[in-house]
Write a protein that binds this ligand. Sequence first.
Ligand SMILES: *[C@@H]1O[C@H](CO)[C@@H](O)[C@H](O)[C@H]1NC(C)=O
Length: 422
Amino acid sequence: MQLLICVLLFGAALVQGRHEKYEGHQLYRVSGPATEFEYLEAYLDLLSTKSAARSTSGQLEALVRLSPEEKQKWLPLFDKKNMAYTKVVDNLADVLRDEEAQINRARHNSKRSGRAISFNAYYRHDEMNEYLESLAALYPGLVTVINAGLSYEGRQIKYVKISTTRFENLRKPVILIDAAVHAREWVTPPVALYIIHQLVEAVVDRRLTEGIDWIIIPMANPDGYEYTIDEDRMWRKTRSRSHPEADTCPGVDGNRNFDHHWGTREASKDPCSIIFEGPTAFSEPETRIIRDVALQNVDRAALYISLHSYGNMFLYAWGNNGSLPNNALALHLAGVRMAEAIDRLALDKADRYIVGNAAQVLYFTSGTSRDWTRAIGIPLTYTMELPGYEYDFIVPPEYVEQIVTETWAGIAAGAHFVLSIW
Ligand SMILES: *[C@@H]1O[C@H](CO)[C@@H](O)[C@H](O)[C@H]1NC(C)=O
């Protein structure tokens, strides 16, 4: 019965026509110097950026969404600047309609019973919260669910604390993980939920819970996420309206809203840009939740990972200027350990993971959670970009299991690294 209700709810939400706004939008792979993308980021929807040909030449390659009007304006500009481009998607609306059909099929086929969730489908915010609550009820000695606060639109943001010692053993390191700060990166919450599942239900490696306390926020931006299901699949930001121009351009990029060199980049000042930093640092209730839990645990927090999609990367500080933190060697080493563990299980067609300084691998950013958590004193902090294969962040549900499995191997390797240095 419960399953039926959920399928109906999800199905009902996916109404005909909500993808029409992307009719005629095309995706282009564009390559050029990093500085160009640093500029373009303020004006265009860059779905992902990575180093071109995996080289260190400072050349990047980005997947760019262009509306018909944008196409008229920007393609000639790319030509003028000698930036190569190829069209990879002819009509984004078709891709989104296909995805929707596939997801509805996956929901019908996935066997979700009351408490279990499967890893071949996507879930709504309420269903994720139900799963967390069911774990807390079943494993009261191990799992605590915290109602951390409400999103801008009033949704309950929950996180789980997993500990064999009720967070009372102050010698244990803490690992902190968040997901879905960017709403459209749908594959990130399943990864967070799978980590919880492995630690609590599967328990293949007791050292990871006996030696470490975990805090996992599987749905950091529920307003944005629900909006991607019901209204606009490409939405990235929060849904807040507490800044100038919010009526036409609501929402803030949560991963530009942290108080680290906040307000220092021109590209993040425009409320209508997808990388809008917000009216003030920590203007968003969603980022304040991450801030508060990080600060509460800063003495013991050893590793912070913000899950994003996509690009197969572990990026570390400093994103604001490209210089390296004093523990860069450890940051790099731990990143490589995680990357290697993932690459061992990765699909042949997947890109190998890149580990590096965010600004050197890509370009400058300000106000990221990765830099802020490093600055407050958490030694190992990363933005992790999961795989998208040829689908970008429109990852079909049948790849979820692969991604959660390989990523768990990486997280477990990171956890073992933490145990070895703590
Ligand atoms: C780069 O920024 C970091 C803070 O993010 C700062 O500690 C460091 O001194 C800066 N380095 C240079 C060379 O400006």
